[in-house]
Design a protein around this ligand. Structure first.
Ligand SMILES: C[S@@+](CC[C@H](N)C(=O)[O-])C[C@H]1O[C@@H](n2cnc3c(N)ncnc32)[C@H](O)[C@@H]1O
Length: 241
């Protein structure tokens, strides 16, 4: 395995420690985290290493999950199973029937460049840890809401509302606008760049995502200032009606 050619993002390197500093307390009582939009896998690898009481289940859209798994496979950590395919617009996500079972995505694992033996041992290990960790009790996602479309942002929260149970945490890291204003000129420039690349992308309004989260059954627990004009938003799931 060539470690030098693994997917890499400098911003992940910069923000992983400040995020960990918050997650350490926020996820102290959690056991099984679903990460949405895992990207390069740097966060997954770092948080699974530093928070060994957690099973860190990463995921990404079909076109990105193989790249993500290159780093996770190389890390080979017992609490970091192979990433699953999850697009927040998937019907199963919205209906609450998206499988939490590692076995459900065997077909995807088969496309990956793992040897049969590696795959079997990885699979057995992950299935065992999943059994012990139980159902997901937290969802984490970084730098994803400004990439996906506004409709996908709504689906992100609606699906998380179906997946999580009373008092479970939903934690989102990234830049947000407040009162319709950018919080810095660098965020304004970043937003312009995002929209040139894809008109559906863009920095989201804190008030808007908080309203969507409310409809999806989440109460805002805290809004934390982070370095480089980012925020860490934390919600907890209300009891179902
Ligand atoms: C800027 S990257 C962030 C990756 C990583 N979390 C990080 O902090 O570096 C945005 C991620 O959003 C994912 N994404 C885009 N649309 C998505 C969707 N509809 N459902 C799930 N993930 C999506 C992309 O595949 C990509 O991994």
């Amino acid at each position: 395995m060539n470690l030098e050619n693994l997917p890499f993002s400098q911003s992940c390197e910069n923000n992983k420690q400040p995020i960990l500093d918050r997650l350490t307390e926020l996820l102290a009582a959690s056991r099984h985290v679903l990460e949405i939009a895992g990207g390069t896998g740097q966060h997954a690898e770092f948080f699974a290493t530093e928070l060994p009481h957690l099973r860190w289940q990463s995921s990404d859209i079909p076109t990105n999950v193989t790249t993500l798994n290159r780093r996770l496979d190389a890390a080979s950590l017992g609490n970091l199973p192979t990433a699953m395919v999850l697009d927040v617009n998937q019907k199963e996500w919205l209906l609450g029937t998206w499988k939490t079972d590692y076995d459900a995505q065997q077909g995807v694992q088969n496309q990956q460049a793992l040897s049969l033996l590696e795959r079997a041992s990885h699979h057995a290990k992950a299935a065992l840890i999943a059994e012990k960790a139980g159902e997901f009790d937290a969802v984490f996602s970084a730098n994803s809401l400004h990439i996906m479309s506004a409709g996908s942002v709504t689906n992100f929260f609606l699906g998380a509302g179906k997946l999580l149970k009373l008092d479970d945490k939903l934690i989102v890291y990234g830049p947000f606008n407040y009162g319709g204003e950018f919080t810095s000129s660098s965020n304004a420039k970043f937003d312009q760049w995002l929209k040139q690349r894809n008109p559906q992308s863009g920095i989201r309004d804190f008030e808007s995502v908080t309203s969507i989260a409310d409809v999806a059954g989440f109460d805002l627990q805290s809004d934390n200032e982070m370095p480089a004009n980012n925020r860490l938003l934390v919600w907890t799931k209300r009891a179902s009606d």
